[in-house]
Ligand binder design. Structure first.
Ligand code: SF4
Ligand code: SF4
Length: 271
């Protein structure tokens, strides 16, 4: 249903500079609710107490926007940013370009305008990062990426250096399906995390994570930050899906574990 309009929405998204756009049918996320409850019970969210807010809304888009039928997901590629070093230390790639919250939000509002031309009656809400919307889950359902063992969304073409934007709408659209791609037998990110924050696949313990510490800075670090002043890209630098991402340009030490240029990105990586 509405194939032509959905195709037009995707074209507008790409014209606005998004790398990818997919659409998922809205539904209650029962499995994610169980995973999220376990995550909170383990205390892996550290001191990010805001992650306990809006609990029910996270798993039911209709509680965020009444009568939500579709979830439109866009990816913003930031892989082109050269990593930088400052006197305080290394900056993760996401911190080396414009503020993605501002850039993506502005483009999502432009996309909403285009959708309104196709569906004048549509109600919509846009989100980037700070929201009760489970962006990674919707991105997977919308077929624009898969979940890596480092817990990040990986797009088969641009890897994990992408931010996610979401538009909820009460308009029915044509839906995509999840990709059939996985990490294969690779486990490099688990081995490369310098602080043991990825002790188990698909589980990030924020209490041990340099990126979390650098973002929150609510307490003194109890572990070595390995020179990172903002964020931490160690579990992405090593990922075979992130080939050609130019850490050498900034003079970063790329250890033997970090050999993203040596392996093919397609098909799914196998060590
Ligand atoms: S961001 Fe850094 S500290 Fe956090 S899980 Fe990845 S490698 Fe480990
Ligand atoms: S490093 Fe390997 S296991 Fe980790 S996210 Fe990338 S492909 Fe998956």
């Amino acid at each position: 249903m509405y194939f032509e309009q959905t195709s037009n929405i995707k074209k507008h998204a790409l014209n606005l500079g998004f790398f990818a756009c997919g659409v998922a049918k809205s539904e209650v996320l029962s499995d994610d609710k169980i995973h999220y409850e376990n995550y909170l019970q383990r205390g892996d969210h550290g001191e990010m107490n805001y992650l306990t807010n809006y609990f029910d809304k996270r798993f039911n888009p209709a509680l965020v926007l009444e009568n939500t039928k579709s979830v439109i997901v866009v990816l913003w590629d930031y892989s082109m940013y050269d990593p930088k070093k400052t006197p305080e230390g290394k900056l993760a790639k996401y911190a080396c370009g414009e503020d993605y919250h501002i850039v993506i939000k502005s483009k999502l509002l432009q996309l909403e305008n285009e959708i309104h031309k196709l569906f004048p009656q549509a109600n919509m809400r846009s989100f980037v990062d700070a929201s009760p919307v489970l962006e990674k889950t919707w991105a997977i359902k919308a077929g624009v990426g898969f979940r890596g063992r480092n817990t990040l969304l990986i797009n088969p073409t641009i890897g994990s250096y992408c931010n996610i934007g979401v538009i909820l709408t009460d308009q029915e659209l044509a839906y995509d399906t999840p990709l059939e791609i996985t990490c294969g037998t690779c486990s490099r990110c688990l081995e490369s995390c310098p602080t043991g924050a990825l002790a188990l696949p698909y589980q990030l313990n924020a209490r041990n994570c340099i990126s979390y510490y650098n973002a929150e800075k609510k307490r003194a670090a109890t572990f070595d930050l390995h020179g990172w002043a903002q964020g931490c890209d160690e579990c992405q630098m090593c990922c075979p899906w992130n080939m050609g991402t130019r850490y050498e340009v900034a003079g970063y030490e790329v250890s033997s574990k970090h050999t993203p240029h040596l392996e093919p990105r397609n098909p799914a990586p196998n060590n």
